[in-house]
Design a protein around this ligand. Sequence first.
Ligand SMILES: Cc1cc2nc3c(=O)[nH]c(=O)nc-3n(C[C@H](O)[C@H](O)[C@H](O)COP(=O)(O)OP(=O)(O)OC[C@H]3O[C@@H](n4cnc5c(N)ncnc54)[C@H](O)[C@@H]3O)c2cc1C
Length: 468
Amino acid sequence: MRELETDYLVVGAGASGMAFVDSALGESDAEIVMVDRRHRPGGHWLDAYPFVRLHQPSAYYGVPSRPLGSDRIDVSGPNAGFYERASSSEICGYFGDVLEQHFVASGRVQVLPMYDYRGEDADCHHVCSLLAGEERTIRVRRRLVDATYVESSIPSRHTPAFEVDSDVRLVPPNDLVDIDEPPGGFTILGCGKTAMDTCNWLLDSGVDPDRIQWLRPRDPWLFNRACMQPLELVSAYVQMQARWVEACADSEDGRDFAHRLEADGVFVRIDPSIEPQVFRGATISTPEIDALASIERVVRAGRVRRIATNSVLLDDAEVPGDPRTVYVDCTAAGVRPTVPKPVYERDRITLQYVTIGIVPWSAATIGAVETLRDDDTDKNRLCPALAFSGDNSDVLGVAHIGMTGIAARSAESDVSAWNARCRLDPARAAAGRTDDPDVAAAFTSVVDNFGRAMQNLGEKVATPVAAV
Ligand SMILES: Cc1cc2nc3c(=O)[nH]c(=O)nc-3n(C[C@H](O)[C@H](O)[C@H](O)COP(=O)(O)OP(=O)(O)OC[C@H]3O[C@@H](n4cnc5c(N)ncnc54)[C@H](O)[C@@H]3O)c2cc1C
């Protein structure tokens, strides 16, 4: 059994682990060991369906020290007029380059791919090679970094939670690109971003909307992509922030909040006649929403329980099945619901969301605060963890914790100076654009309404931040 010693042992080389390591390397002289069950960095992106793209611009995804993409504004397609969004192969290539050319080249990072983290005993951690079976022990001078806590659940790697008859053709979206003969139709299962991407890809590929049936247990609220633009278009982003803070100041509950943001053009939904129950922070463009609305065969009868040859059993109904249809499983949770816990504990850091959405920005922030501060109570005050339950009724709680963290970090000159340099903050370019009247008005609105928003959220939210 071979032994290693390091400052930080990072378990998971997905976007979270990569952004944390980049941030910690940049701000300290720490030595780091990274382990991952997979063969290369990228996490869930390595197994994503081939037509996936980031739902946010590449300009604020990845690691702080290296740009992803070229900050191009697309001129055609559903993303026309908006900053480019990387495909899964671009993201995986990018993380591969960052690992080799930056982390390993620094001489301070050692990587163990195809190693499973097996836990710890009194004085060391245990990992095991999934290929050679070799066990290694790792002594950690500072902390274990758990970069698996907000791990994504995706269709190609999950087991569906429903029964399927043996002659039913159920595939993950990954397999759609291998179809070589038009099936009788497509039945999409699920209501998340993967289901929406799949429907849009089928429609873009020329499939008639009438040949798509969508078993959509709940409808989602989504961010309008026009509001999520950085850099040259950052005015839209800070105006979104201003509308968000105003809504936090005046809303009674999650439903009221979402309707206010919809009236402001920040939130969108597929069907205006249906009240969405879901909010996971996903982003979509209005052409994509319009395309999704063209699918009329939507069944809202709860979750799938069983797919039989000639019928589909849902929570609240049984609908006819078609043996010639391809059922597409988009029911994996994506961003899994988690229970928030303190980010910094005595010998461990658990990477979680400390910003509203944007996993890499959260992980990089945690890495920076780890290196800039000494006291764990102070670090946890600067990085309160929030969790997306997926229920829109919890959105005020998400907003409360997210804004508590933003206020705490903004008040600290060292942390806010780090953030001002960090390419992962979507609003970063706004500081240099206060001569734009829209940016100036948005800043004024945020300043004027922030206190009122925090007071209202504090009154409306059942779980106080201190309890997290
Ligand atoms: C389709 C899709 C699109 C998305 N788009 C965006 C977006 O545009 N912007 C955004 O901010 N977020 C987006 N997300 C959210 C996404 O979850 C994050 O962006 C991010 O990729 C998650 O990274 P992660 O490192 O937390 O998890 P993962 O990518 O799941 O990585 C976790 C890693 O931990 C490893 N691991 C787990 N257990 C062990 C163990 N015991 N031993 C060793 N290794 C282990 C796994 O092998 C894996 O590589 C999207 C998610 C999905 C599913």
